[in-house]
Design a protein around this ligand. Structure first.
Ligand code: TYD
Length: 219
């Protein structure tokens, strides 16, 4: 139970490489939950608050000058700190289901595995930013970057990285999921949208019916 007596909600994150179909799936799940009477907050990273959206613009605009790797990692973490403090944590504490398009694993995969910053240091920074808030479930939509990039080019600064960079992102995300198989749902994203949506709903329904002490974690 949360401090005010409301039952704790759920925090569900969608991760994946470029063009994996996260935005579609997160929106479908939000519609489904709302239709079944669940209070849902749909949000994304980087972003989710006015300050974090301003940081997003800085991070994703085509580069006017190269940004140092730690500058990039710290800006993602700064945006996340505002987002968690003002949106995610309060909503979960008051019993809502928060669906977030990307979270800490994106930093570990893009800034850690792909940019080659030490993953454990990126993780530590993320823990400061989030106060240790860990998702109840992370849905990883896995797609071959060659396919994903072909179907999702919007030209942002991260997307413009070489294919090899995106292959490291993919390997990083799969490695993170393999470390905690119970907390991840890994789905091949090159399948029909309704089929994927169905698997996501089934898993979320199971989570919703789990007893509160069995879920929810901070580190
Ligand atoms: P976005 O247009 O939201 O991409 P997508 O639709 O694939 O989620 O851009 C977000 C980009 O920022 C994406 O390339 C992943 C990257 N990113 C990081 O590198 N680190 C992070 O911590 C986060 C949240 C995103």
């Amino acid at each position: 139970m949360a401090a005010d007596g409301a039952e704790r909600g759920l925090f569900i994150v969608f991760e994946g490489g470029e063009g994996a179909g996260k935005s579609t799936q997160v929106a479908l799940l939000a519609q489904h939950l709302a239709a079944t009477g669940t209070a849902v907050v749909l949000t994304r990273e980087p972003g989710g608050t006015p300050t974090a959206e301003a940081v997003r613009t800085l991070l994703l605009a085509p580069a006017t000058e190269p940004m140092s790797d730690w500058c990039e990692a710290l800006l993602f973490a700064a945006a996340r700190a505002d987002h968690v403090a003002k949106v995610i944590a309060p909503a979960v504490a008051t019993g809502q289901v928060v669906l977030c398009d990307r979270y800490v694993d994106s930093s570990l995969a893009y800034q850690g595995f792909a940019r080659a910053l030490p993953v454990e240091q990126v993780r530590t920074v993320s823990q400061w930013a989030t106060g240790g808030l860990v998702p109840d479930l992370t849905v990883l939509l896995d797609v071959d970057p060659a396919l994903g990039l072909a179907r999702a080019r919007d030209g942002n600064r991260m997307e413009a990285q070489a294919l090899e960079f995106h292959q490291r992102v993919r390997a990083g995300l799969l490695a993170l999921a393999a470390q905690e198989p119970d907390r991840y749902l890994v789905l091949a994203a090159d399948r029909p949208v309704p089929q994927i949506a169905d698997q996501v709903r089934t898993r979320v329904a199971a989570l919703q019916s789990a007893t509160p002490p069995a879920r929810g974690a901070t580190t």
